[in-house]
Design a protein around this ligand. Structure first.
Ligand SMILES: [Zn+2]
Ligand SMILES: [Zn+2]
Length: 259
């Protein structure tokens, strides 16, 4: 039996954790059936690095953005550079962007300012947005509504809310992305979310090198482990893995306009 076709919608392959053995990491991803990956920038330097990697690897695309953790440092020069990078042909989305009131590494006003501005950039360049949200669902949903995110589409990445929040994200027109935590035995709300999202609105991701699935906790995460998350989601939904994986890949390709 061949491996199911998988699309890792959120990875940070250009991060220093992968410098030493990226070729091996990509080889294991391909062997595990991961045929497409998006590598995600979190500031100007990592957004540039994401595009460079996407230029070298035919099955890797890039997203450019400023993470809420890095919002305090974002000046006009940074916005101008992200706006220029967002128009590059290998860039399929603006992100990651959003709000993180869990770690609060940047002041809330700075986070909100950057989020609004890059949400507007997504609309300007006609590319979907990749949303990071931790302990900030009310504010994120309000800003996404004000920014008319439904017109450009986007992904609520590494979804961490409950069923009610998932329904509100769906109402806004977003896709929902499940990551490694859905595989954890103590996951409380994520199994419900995995079951309730319609098959045409769900995607999966690793968020590697972070958040490894069960069986690899405490280690560096990598795209090959996406197969474990896919298998758990298929099990929760009572669907055949190969069929589900193909549908989730189709959802990502449609959003990112990737053939
Ligand atoms: Zn994130
Ligand atoms: Zn991320």
């Amino acid at each position: 039996m061949s491996a199911p076709e998988l699309f890792d919608t959120h990875a940070h392959l250009h991060f220093p954790e992968f410098t030493r053995d990226l070729a091996d990491v990509l080889a294991r991803a391909r062997a595990a059936g991961v045929s497409r990956m998006v590598t995600i920038g979190t500031d100007v330097a990592t957004s540039q690095a994401a595009i460079e990697l996407a230029g070298r690897e035919a099955d890797v695309w890039a997203a450019v953005g400023i993470h809420p953790h890095d919002a305090a440092e974002a000046d006009d020069a940074a916005f101008a550079e992200i706006a220029r990078l967002a128009r590059e042909p290998r860039v399929v989305a603006v992100g990651e962007i959003g709000l993180d009131f869990f770690r609060n590494l940047s002041p809330r006003e700075a986070q909100e300012r950057v989020f609004r501005r890059l949400l507007a950039l997504g609309r300007e360049v006609g590319k979907p947005v990749l949303i990071h949200c931790r302990e900030a669902h009310e504010d994120v949903l309000r800003l996404l509504g004000e920014g008319r995110v439904g017109e450009i589409g986007g992904i609520m990445h590494c979804f961490s809310g409950d069923a009610a929040i998932a329904r509100r994200c769906l109402d806004l027109g977003l896709l929902i992305s499940l990551a490694g935590p859905v595989t954890y035995p103590n996951a409380r709300t994520l199994p419900d979310v995995a079951r309730l999202v319609p098959a045409d609105r769900l995607v999966i991701e690793t968020d590697c090198p972070f958040l490894p699935p069960q069986g690899h906790r405490g280690q560096r995460n990598e795209p090959a482990y996406l197969a474990l998350t896919a298998a758990r989601v298929a099990e929760l939904r009572g669907e055949a893995l190969e069929l589900l994986a193909a549908r989730l890949s189709d959802n990502a390709r449609r959003l990112f306009k990737i053939p």
